[in-house]
Design a binder for this molecule. Structure first.
Ligand code: ATP
Length: 289
């Protein structure tokens, strides 16, 4: 019997034309006897529209051609269920794909996305929104805000914004963190709420992060001078220094003394002074090699 598959395509992600993604997916779906319904995101009402497609067609899989932000939208649209998400990485940052060790080529990724192996990953709920990969308060969110405002998309736009953001660096913020029945206060440049290990750029920020262990980590970057930044970028996270503290937990609250920029899975979410965070274990099925 033919199975239903929904394909969610983000036409603008990564500044990549998606024609090849759509054509290759149509062919593959036919080959494996699936009926394909294609939805192109518009940036408006996408979550509600995907939910309605999901309710109408009860797809066995949802194939996603986009970046982490597009995967997040699909995750928001589906309830805990039997649907498997297949990812065709096509964003400017493909952090989840990097953490899942997805292959390089479209053909290989189609095989992964349509075939049977999958991982049930945890989802982090932050102020009742879902994050599958990495969210953070502070410097990186500031960077993403500047990037989203800029007219240059893709990797170059992102690189340009690193420079602008670091030049305009504000004072560190004061954070109060409650987790594992303890409360700590600290000054921080950035706090990462991590389900996984690395950013789409390949930079490892949470060396022990596992997406299916029922826990998340708070990676507190207290100092981010050029030396610490250099160590992180070159893959030598100084985890045993006073500059970094990592807390592993399943529930936490973070409050800050002033509004701090916040991003979830690469999407800028404004400034926040309070985050209520909890893990939702094994919440979503994602196809893996
Ligand atoms: N047709 C569209 N026009 C404008 N924005 C869109 C459209 N479709 C989706 N979006 C927006 O794209 C974002 C998700 O992009 P995603 O993270 O998947 O890719 P990306 O390449 O990392 O993004 P970016 O475009 O920021 O480089 C969401 O904010 C969503 O609202």
């Amino acid at each position: 019997m033919e199975k239903n598959v929904v394909m969610v395509v983000n036409p603008i992600s990564g500044a990549i034309d998606k024609t090849e993604f759509i054509n290759a997916t149509k062919l593959f779906a036919k080959k494996v006897n699936c009926k394909l319904y294609i939805y192109k995101t518009s940036g408006k009402n996408d979550i509600a529209n995907i939910k309605s497609l999901y309710d109408t067609y009860s797809p066995e899989r949802i194939i996603i051609a986009g970046g982490d932000g597009t995967i997040k939208m699909v995750a928001e649209a589906i309830e805990k269920d039997n649907v498997i998400l297949g990812v065709l990485p096509a964003g400017s940052s493909n952090g989840l794909a990097a953490d899942l060790d997805l292959p390089e080529t479209l053909e290989e990724n189609l095989s992964v996305a349509f075939l049977n192996k999958y991982l049930e990953i945890d989802v982090i709920e932050i102020n009742n929104e879902k994050s599958m990969h990495l969210s953070d308060l502070g410097l990186n969110a500031e960077l993403i805000k500047n990037y989203e405002k800029s007219l240059i998309r893709g990797k170059w736009g992102y690189a340009l914004q690193i420079l602008t953001t670091i030049i305009d660096l504000e004072e560190p913020f004061k954070a109060t963190i409650t987790a594992n029945n303890k409360t700590i206060e600290c000054l921080a440049r950035m706090i990462v709420i991590a389900n996984a290990k690395k950013y789409g750029s390949g930079i490892i920020i949470n060396p022990d992060g596992e997406m299916n262990d029922g826990k998340f980590e708070l990676v507190i970057l207290k100092n981010l001078d050029l030396i610490v930044l250099g160590k992180i970028i070159t893959g030598n996270m100084p985890i045993n220094s006073d500059d970094i503290e990592i807390i592993s937990t399943d529930k936490a609250t973070i409050t800050t003394n002033s509004p701090v920029s916040f991003q979830m899975d690469g999407e800028y979410c404004g400034t926040k002074t309070r985050l209520d965070i909890k893990i939702s274990p094994k919440r979503i099925k994602v196809a893996i090699p």
